[in-house]
Design a protein around this ligand. Sequence first.
Ligand code: ADP
Ligand code: MG
Length: 403
Amino acid sequence: MSKLTLRDLDVRGKRVLVRVDFNVPTEMRGKKVRITDDTRIRASLPTINYLREHGAKTILMAHFGRPKGKRVQKLSLRPIGDYLHSLIHQPVIFSHDTIGEVPKKIISHMENGDVALLENVRFQPEEEANDPKFAEALAKLGDLYVNDAFGAAHRAHASTAGITKFVAKSAMGVLMEKELKHLREGLDKPVKPFVVILGGAKVSDKIGVLKALMGKADSILIGGAMANTFLKAQGIPVGASRVESDKLDLAREILDLAEKRGVKFLVPIDAVEAKEIRVGATIRNTSRLSPKHGISDGWQAVDIGAATIALYQEEIAQGETVLWNGPVGIFEIPDFAEGTMAIAEALAQSGATTIIGGGDSVTAVKQAGLADKMTFISTGGGASLELLDGKALPGVAALSDTK
Ligand code: ADP
Ligand code: MG
């Protein structure tokens, strides 16, 4: 089913509610929040600028971090609004409440071309619960709705899905459209061999989608904390590594499935292990991992090892389409980043169609200085994987259909 796009809407003079993805990585500099990667904010500019140029009153909605339904001052969107101001050279009116009298008043004073930003939608527990009353209260702030938050489109929340029931028309933003086009083109019928690298921390988020990849990928290379679960499932000691012990059966199931389907499924054959997760921690490369020789007691696997890097590089070099989601190590700490940087390098040199998904993977690619060497960099990790999984994204499904 095709969906309305921004261009299908008559936005002039209208209050247009736009759900954007401003969930960017940040760090604290003293008491100030510093944005360490502004990819997602910049990616929303085509939609914001289109609306400004077409005389709409743009009301931005976004979430930031995981405040779990409470007002958490350090997760305020205010600094993001200030940053957006510097990008568009126009003040961004900030509403410190998400719904109610404060935004109502602000919006009633908006002129055509103005841009406002509502406070973090996740300060309200109703957001993630997709509460219809909250969705309606948001909807009442505008006339039209645009979803440009690809990175949140796999969640059926009030500001991503519920809201569409209460507005006249809802459409995809420019970024949303671009993401869907590239990911569908790249992944529906990938040119083979199709190599997938999956890493990162959220094992439970990604392990399910692995099953769907079985039918599509020729080889799947596992890294990150997720790898530990597969290692443990194969009886290899993981020491003090981060592992999801309740997912061992699922990991075994996936290993079996890979064998049945003839998918080359690679897990690390060695690792970098560290005593602590900090800069300057003692590290060492393990020997070949086996049930007898695993990660040492009290040590943690923090990166893939040298032998695994070589193995994965070889595999990536053979790919025609390569999808990467999730860093293969704790790349935030430079000593633990070698594997992740080597993967980025291998993709850059592969000559394949390369697709990167996931906030942290994108950061890693940028850190490696290789972003412009990739075919497509998605702003949504989870969403891109669900799309690959063949699932309808709730944030897209809820939008108005074209006639
Ligand atoms: P993405 O944002 O690319 O989808 P995730 O959010 O799933 O990736 O995972 C990124 C996080 O995974 C990073 O913060 C990284 O430190 C962490 N990580 C990677 N490898 C390990 C590991 N071996 N142990 C613990 N955490 C890890
Ligand atoms: Mg992440």
